[in-house]
Design a protein around this ligand. Sequence first.
Ligand code: PIT
Length: 210
Amino acid sequence: MGFFKKSEVKKNYELGKDLGSGNFAVVKEATKTKANPSAEIPNKVAIKVIDKAKVEDMNDIQREIEVMGMLDHPHVIKLFEIYDEPKKMMLVMELVTGGELFDRIVAKGSYTEADAAEVMKTLCQALAYMHQKKIVHRDLKPENILYASSADDAPIKVADFGLARVVSGKEMMKTACGTPGYVAPEVLQNKGYDSGAVDVWSTGVILYIL
Ligand code: PIT
């Protein structure tokens, strides 16, 4: 994959403050240094630093990279490049600074119908794009929807493709996954489910919350 680099991430980026963290990864703000020749990458990025020792199955990371690498949309966090170091895998991604939809809902209490409609329209556009590429996210929730900036009318971007899959044709999915509260009932029933529909269910829950 043209996207993989063996060199150290520190040769091309200066790592800054933490933006968030999960079980086996931290997302940090980073700035491109002069050494980096790639002109398409903006000066400021977000880098997901994955601790290989803490990942149970590196295939999961491989899949996340595969999915993100297929996506190029104004409302989906973009993946620019990857650094595969002995102990860490670094995903260089688009930087957004507006925080999670989750925190804005908490701060506002509730959205006006017009604001909720704007979020929904954008989310549906991103979802239609992903589904057309046969990608299902499987963990849509306000924590995984980020605002581009702190502006009131900033656009949203879909993030976290850790559970996402590329699906081939009409086959059913079987793995029960996602986040309680946002998971479609057919996923919980464990009899197999139509892949795309589960994202639509989660989107409906998000609309209800807004
Ligand atoms: C940012 C700012 C921020 C978090 C992120 C990006 C994280 C994005 C992300 C995380 C994933 C993934 C895709 C995107 O698969 O506060 O610019 O685990």
